[in-house]
Design a protein around this ligand. Structure first.
Ligand SMILES: O=CC(=O)O
Length: 326
């Protein structure tokens, strides 16, 4: 079929996923990619708006806000597929109002994100990146004098958000003999881990916190100064959720004042801008929102995205639909 006859999909997706998706599926879909267009976002959207009846689907990453204004540009739009687990960048109410279906990453990234969360935790507690810098830069004539790290095995770890990712984190930490407890919107009747309805209480009884919940009005700054102080001077925090979960100003302050032990951060409040104060801190480990970025996860994600697009164009149920949680 000529490209022009294939269903059009506007691509605002992550280049890593799209570069896998495109060669495998460009015989099925006519991908209109922002990046290869060379246009700034607004101009790209406007350029496709000129043929409003022809854009039934958008594929996007969490870096693009699919607002009511964007949705309004494409009256024929019926599907938004995001490459992310988090859906805070999509106006789900407006999608529902316009009869637009939404598909997300479902559970295909959970193991990779959980691996990364544990990696950040062990890296910051055992000072792995600081040790690497030390070996590379220390004066060879000196005896080694590297500060002690903290043991992860057996620690009390609080998980903030016990969804797919949180459960995978818990599973991994159990093999380190960690004692798991959690906070989430509701107590889970099928889970035996102790539940804390209050995050300060969870922090008080934990030596490390791993944040992996969804970002919404209830979880914005769920980690505030009180939580950090409750976690304490030898407490560690890892965030693989969203930057907005942590009050970053307070985190920086607590790190400077020695009120917490350290932080492993994959996400930041003003991404891609990162507060430069972190760069000078040896008890902070940073990664560029890459917790889900593995070759394997990217391939699974590309297949899932294509599966959702195919299901949609065949009028079948989506594989990983996103439900609006009120
Ligand atoms: O941040 C990545 C995701 O939400 O999948």
């Amino acid at each position: 079929m000529g490209e022009e006859k294939l269903p059009k999909v506007l691509v605002l997706g992550p280049p890593t996923c799209f570069s896998t998706l495109q060669p495998l599926y460009s015989h099925k879909f006519n991908f209109l990619d922002l990046k290869t267009s060379g246009l700034p976002l607004h101009q790209f959207l406007i350029s496709h708006r000129h043929h409003p009846s022809t854009i039934p689907a958008i594929f996007c990453s969490a870096a693009y806000s699919i607002t009511a204004d964007v949705l309004g540009l494409f009256p024929s739009l019926r599907l938004v597929v995001t490459s992310s687990v988090g859906t805070e960048h999509i106006d789900l109410h407006e999608c529902r109002r316009r009869g637009i279906q939404v598909a997300g990453a479902g559970g295909v990234l959970s193991e990779d994100v959980a691996d990364a969360a544990v990696a950040l935790l062990i890296t910051v507690m055992r000072k792995v990146t600081a040790a690497d810098r030390y070996v590379r830069t220390q004066d060879r004539s000196d005896a080694w004098d590297f500060p002690l790290g903290y043991k992860l095995s057996g620690k009390r770890v609080g998980i903030v958000g016990l969804g797919n990712i949180g459960m995978e984190v818990a599973k991994r930490l159990e093999s380190f003999d960690c004692i798991i407890s959690y906070h989430s919107r509701h107590k889970k009747t099928t889970i035996a881990y102790p539940f804390y309805s209050n995050v300060v209480d969870l922090a008080t009884s934990s030596e490390a916190l791993v944040v992996c919940c969804a970002l919404n009005n209830q979880t914005q700054h769920i980690i505030n100064r009180d939580v950090l102080l409750a976690l304490g001077k030898q407490g560690f925090i890892v965030n693989v959720g969203r930057g907005g979960h942590i009050d970053e100003k307070q985190l920086v302050k607590c790190l400077i004042e020695g009120e917490i032990g350290g932080a492993g951060l994959d996400v930041f409040e003003n991404e891609p801008h990162v507060n430069e104060e972190f760069f000078t801190m040896d008890n902070v480990v940073l990664s560029p929102h890459s917790a889900a970025f593995t070759v394997e996860a990217t391939l699974s994600l590309s297949e899932l995205v294509a599966g959702n697009l195919e299901a949609f164009f065949l009028n079948k149920p989506l594989i990983s639909p996103v439900k609006l949680v009120e």
